[in-house]
Design a protein around this ligand. Structure first.
Ligand code: DC
Length: 226
């Protein structure tokens, strides 16, 4: 079986994954999947159904059974457009809570694998290069200083912050969530040994995209020669 042509982009929140993944997908004219939106939508739907977020069986049933539609920035679950509703501080916490549950992860990882095949795909998340596609031909790990990540998150119009939130509050919430994502037992956020790490702290978005495109070109040249 051939290896799916996946460009895996992993890293913590605010490292620039979303913006970079979208730009790379545009440059390659290929699909882009934001797997974080899948965890967010599942958490949203479970809450809407009145489920406790630690009810692993109930949340896993949502993760495997719900109709998920991902179309660029638009996200719908079971026919309901949740594109905006899933990007709130409450949903940051809720998504991180369901992402700890192994059965929820297993269900979403299976769906993510199903999305590949049939052309190139840029997939962003926390475990794409380690768990979802350990054989991905291109793996990028984006990181940035905590201060830079908090500043970006605070300025991101897609993410609503609580009224009057200060940068220090955003930084604290981001740090707590990343600690949970890095220390959970099931597929913690970590860099794959063969991923190319790019520190985006001092880089403009175009420069990051250029570096990622250079990695892709390089890998493709190597593959076509072998
Ligand atoms: O990227 P994001 O902030 O939208 O992700 C939401 C949550 O889901 C975050 O706590 C990390 C988690 N997540 C994950 O565990 N694995 C992924 N592949 C993507 C996101």
């Amino acid at each position: 079986m051939s290896v799916p042509d996946v460009i895996a982009i992993d890293g913590p929140s605010g490292a620039g994954k979303g913006t970079v993944a979208r730009a790379v997908a545009k440059a390659l004219d290929c699909r882009h999947v934001d797997t974080g939106a899948m965890y967010r939508a599942v958490a949203w739907r479970a809450l809407q159904q009145g489920r406790a977020l630690d009810d692993e069986q109930a949340v896993a049933a949502v993760a495997s059974g719900a109709v998920l539609a991902l179309d660029g920035p638009r996200v719908a679950i079971d026919g309901e457009d949740v594109s905006r509703a899933i990007r709130t501080p409450e949903m940051d916490v809720a998504a991180s809570a369901v992402a700890r549950l192994p059965r929820v992860r297993a269900a979403l990882v299976a769906r993510q694998r199903d999305l590949a095949g049939g052309g190139s795909i840029v997939m962003e998340g926390r475990d794409i290069g380690t768990i979802v596609f350990p054989d991905a031909p291109v793996k990028i790990f984006l990181d940035a200083s905590p201060a830079a990540r908090a500043a970006r998150r605070a300025q991101d119009p897609a993410h609503r912050q609580p009224r009057g939130a200060r940068l220090a509050d955003v930084a604290r919430a981001l740090d707590a969530r990343d600690r949970r994502d890095r220390t959970r037992r099931a597929s913690p956020l970590e860099q794959a040994p063969d991923a190319v790490r790019i520190d985006t702290t001092e880089l403009a978005i175009d420069a990051v995209v250029a570096q990622v495109m250079a990695v892709i070109r390089d890998r493709r040249r190597t593959v076509s020669r072998s």
